[in-house]
Write a protein that binds this ligand. Structure first.
Ligand code: FES
Ligand SMILES: [Fe+2]
Length: 401
């Protein structure tokens, strides 16, 4: 039955953690609080270690408004610094990636080594009277740790260790990530006109596979699809149990019988969604890592990586790239559709919707919304407010149950 305006805006007659207020996606104040209370406090995936393989290799990124540079030091350790010169705040490293034993600022040519020390103040005689000495002009260091080849950063100097934050979340991927050196073979990014949480939600929420034409033909029909049980771990991380998929029922596609990642059966899918915004998915022969950078409540930079084994022959690598791109390239069968889904949801949340329903229960099967409820339990823990009522607007009568 259609609902009138009052009914449409009414609080869903559901348990309090079974719906999300649209304010969570559109409110500027909540977005600012997310940066301060959540994103700056947790660990953020920055890159794979193979992207900074050699001493001096660097890549830049931006997070929570901070320009950052990740660089492998002379001691082989990967570090991250705020990418701003200590002198008069010019951007220090100006290329997206490269190699530098010294990072030289293009403005007045101050220079920094790979440890973040200031090693040159041009015509330093000028600082002899008043200072500062170059020893006091190091770059701002950002905590950086590597786990299973994945480089993470946190803006919180007092955050728990990365190992504690990840807990056992990578267990199902550990062999695939570590048995052999991996290598990045694919990177693309785009800005999506949607809230930053939406992409991650879509990765966690397998019910949306009904929206993907190729998944209706393939994954949803695979034996055991609904027999899997999702597991929600510490700190809001989610692990999806492995299952095997046949690809050969798609015209022109082959089954992924060989060259699967270490530890995976042929054609097996494994996936982990790390709170708050990184997903690692393996479809037999190809690995994908998604991560996002929130820009505004309704604009998000998405980054996508594809990885293979460093030992790949050219033929095997070509197969991995082909398999990766079938689903996940910019013209793959599912990734563009995910962008359309969440941009559509953004419009609804911004202009019309009051609540999003996450009430599915299927005994923790693939289409159980427990994944989203677990995510928002963690979100609420950081934010100090429930996702169903983030502004305390719900009347005393509140939700029905
Ligand atoms: S701002 Fe970098 S050297 Fe002056
Ligand atoms: Fe999808």
């Amino acid at each position: 039955m259609p609902r009138n305006a009052k009914e449409w805006a009414g609080v869903p007659d559901l348990p309090a953690d079974h719906f999300i207020s649209s304010e969570v996606y559109r409110d500027e104040g909540i977005f600012r609080d997310e940066q301060r209370l959540l994103l700056e406090k947790t660990w953020k995936f920055a890159c794979h270690e193979s992207e900074v393989e050699q001493v001096g290799d660097y890549r830049t990124l931006s997070f929570c408004g901070l320009p950052l540079v990740v660089i492998r030091g002379e001691d082989n350790r990967i570090r991250t610094f705020v990418n701003v010169c200590s002198h008069r705040s010019a951007e220090l490293v100006r290329a997206p990636r490269g190699n530098a034993r010294r990072m030289v600022c293009f403005f007045h040519l101050w220079a920094y080594d790979t440890y973040g020390n200031c090693v040159n103040q041009t015509r330093d005689i000028g600082y002899e009277e008043a200072g500062p000495k170059k020893e006091a002009c190091g770059l701002r260091s950002i905590r950086t740790e590597v786990n299973c080849g994945l480089v993470f950063i946190t803006l919180d100097d007092d955050a728990e260790t990365l190992e504690s934050f990840l807990a056992d979340s990578l267990d199902t991927l550990r062999e695939a990530l570590t048995a052999e050196p991996l290598e990045l073979f694919h990177y693309h990014s785009f800005k999506v006109r949607a809230n930053w949480k939406q992409w991650h939600e879509t990765n966690m929420e397998l019910y949306h596979e009904w929206g993907h034409v190729v998944n209706r033909q393939q994954g949803l029909n695979s034996p055991g699809y609904h027999d899997r049980r999702i597991s929600i771990g510490k700190n809001g991380h989610l692990s999806l149990p492995p299952y095997r998929v046949s690809y050969s029922n798609i015209p022109g596609w082959e089954d992924r019988d060989s060259n699967n990642f270490p530890g995976l059966a042929p054609g097996e899918i494994r996936a982990v969604d790390l709170f708050p915004n990184t997903s690692i998915i393996i479809r037999g022969t190809a690995m994908r890592i998604d991560t996002s950078t929130p820009i505004s409540p309704s604009l998000t930079l998405m980054e996508f990586r594809g990885l293979g084994l460093k030992s790949d022959t050219p033929e095997v690598r070509a197969e991995r790239i082909r398999n990766h791109n079938q689903y996940w390239g910019p013209f793959g069968r599912t990734q563009p559709e995910d962008g359309f889904f969440i941009e559509s949801v953004e419009q609804g949340n911004r202009h019309a919707a009051q609540y999003s329903i996450i009430s599915r229960r299927e005994n923790l099967g693939a289409h159980d919304d427990a994944a989203l409820r677990g995510y928002y339990a963690e979100w609420s823990r950081h934010m100090g407010r429930p996702a169903g009522d983030p502004k305390g607007n719900v009347s005393a009568e509140g939700p029905g149950k």
